[in-house]
Design a protein around this ligand. Structure first.
Ligand code: ROI
Length: 175
């Protein structure tokens, strides 16, 4: 039997409710526990100004890199199960949330289905996604051919700062 091929996947993490740093750090551990999946990198932990409607707290954001043999929708199911565990409710579009896990990239694959769009539709202009991604893989070129370094210059780092005093997550290499 041939071994299934492991695909490199990037997942963004965001939270701005109920001890957001704790939600993000716990979620990293839960991602590491997804079957058929190895955690291979975690970005620094960032604090970011909210994008979206009015009165929201700042977010804690990070990106995780995994190698997985799960198919995209099986991985999405696992990520949504983690969100649910953290009490995620999908009430308001772009509203505050306990935990948001977005599948950003699944290898070189492009997906446009009802449940899943990869690369993630909004990632190209969200500095709270692009900067953490660059901590892990600064030379990344997206499946669209766009260079991560060029996108970073375009979006700038406004509203973004290092968001933790936990030094396991200050290097961008912590796992
Ligand atoms: N804004 C920030 N800064 N960080 C997020 O993770 C985030 N996530 C979202 C919306 C509501 C769009 N705004 C955000 O889903």
């Amino acid at each position: 039997m041939t071994k299934p091929v492991s695909v490199t996947v990037y997942i963004s993490l965001g939270s701005n409710l109920e001890q957001p740093e704790q939600h993000v750090l716990t979620a990293v551990e839960e991602i590491a526990d997804i079957p058929c999946t190895q955690l291979t990198g975690v970005s620094k932990i960032y604090r970011s100004a909210p994008v979206g409607p009015g009165d929201q707290e700042d977010y804690i954001n990070a990106v995780a890199e995994v190698g997985t043999t799960l198919e995209p929708l099986a991985l999405l199911d696992a990520l949504q199960a983690i969100e649910l565990k953290h009490g995620r409710e999908r009430k308001v579009r772009w509203g505050a949330r306990t935990l948001d896990l977005d599948l950003l990239l699944y290898g070189e694959t492009t997906i446009d289905s009802e449940r899943l769009t990869v690369p993630h539709r909004e990632m190209h202009w969200r500095n709270f996604v692009l900067f953490p991604l660059a901590d892990i893989n600064p030379d990344l070129i997206l499946p669209t051919g766009q260079k991560l370094q060029k996108l970073l210059l375009e979006v700038g780092n406004e509203g973004l700062s290092i968001g933790t005093t936990d030094d396991r997550f200050c290097t961008g290499k912590a796992i």
